[in-house]
Design a protein around this ligand. Structure first.
Ligand code: GLP
Length: 261
């Protein structure tokens, strides 16, 4: 894992935007995996700004989102469909026919989950998967003790995640119990994973993801098995890391061609 520690959420977002922009501009038909939640909002703001300055076009990009709530349609204010429209899709030149989210409202969820996996495969797989992390170590909506070999499927949220996400819904009782999420195995097939974490609430999960054992108790720790993961952290999310100085040392000693790898 490549660990990059920056001062603030804003400088993390600027760095992550550079990594996304490099992927988008260097490939003829880039495929991005997208995440939701509070953390990537600043990243999307940076990408929109790059686009508005004429420095980045998403015209040939295809996107696949990580997860969606079951039963919340695209027009629901708390659906991730709506989130993506608000924070990215409405502001850039993505072809909307090429933006895909997990099928939270499909009549046959099981069939729709299989089809989502097929769509990703047909697009040639994901070049860069953006990820956040839950305070309990989840990625996507893959909660502790999930299968590390899972594919896109319907999952049940943990009580902690329901509490954590209640801030978007107003009340815990409003948070759907069921979600559709890419599985851990789906995520691990992306060619490059970019995980962003900011703020003190993520420090414990970040430490377990990077320095703990690979364990379903911290689903994000499965990323240790991936050949190419970039983790961008602010100081607060990094503060429990035992080898923090080592990660800074490694970054300072990168060869020229390893910059932003
Ligand atoms: C949500 C999403 C995840 C996200 C995580 C952290 O529940 N399903 O994809 O990474 O929780 O969210 P936040 O950035 O709001 O803390």
């Amino acid at each position: 894992m490549e660990i990059l520690i920056r001062e603030s959420p804003e400088t993390c977002a600027a760095l992550a935007a550079q990594i996304v922009a490099r992927t988008v501009t260097s490939l003829a038909r880039p495929v991005l995996g997208l995440a939701t939640g509070g953390t990537p909002q600043l990243l999307y703001r940076e990408l929109v700004a790059l686009h508005e300055r004429g420095e980045l076009s998403f015209r040939s990009t295809t996107t696949f989102n990580l997860d969606e709530y079951v039963g919340l349609g695209p027009s629901d204010a708390n659906s991730y469909h709506r989130y993506m429209q608000t924070h990215l899709f409405d502001h850039v030149d993505l072809d909307r026919e090429q933006t895909f989210l997990p099928p939270g409202s499909a009549p046959d969820l099981r069939q729709a989950c299989r089809e989502y996996e097929e769509l990703i495969a047909e697009a040639g797989g994901i070049d860069l998967q953006i990820l956040g992390i839950g305070a309990n170590g989840h990625i996507g909506f893959n909660e502790p003790t999930c299968s590390l070999g899972s594919r896109t499927w319907v999952k049940i949220l943990s009580e902690q995640t329901i509490r954590d996400n209640a801030r978007y819904f107003g009340d815990e009782s409003e948070v759907p119990r069921h979600v559709v999420t890419m599985g851990i195995a789906t995520i691990l097939e992306a060619r490059h994973c970019l995980l962003l974490a900011t703020g003190p609430k993520k420090a414990d999960a970040v430490q377990r993801m990077i320095e703990g054992p690979v364990s379903a108790m911290c689903p994000a720790s499965a990323l240790q098995m991936h050949p190419r993961v970039t983790v961008v952290l602010d100081e607060e999310a990094a503060f429990l890391l035992t080898f923090k100085e080592h990660y800074r040392w490694v970054e300072r000693h990168k060869l020229d061609w390893q910059q932003l790898e």
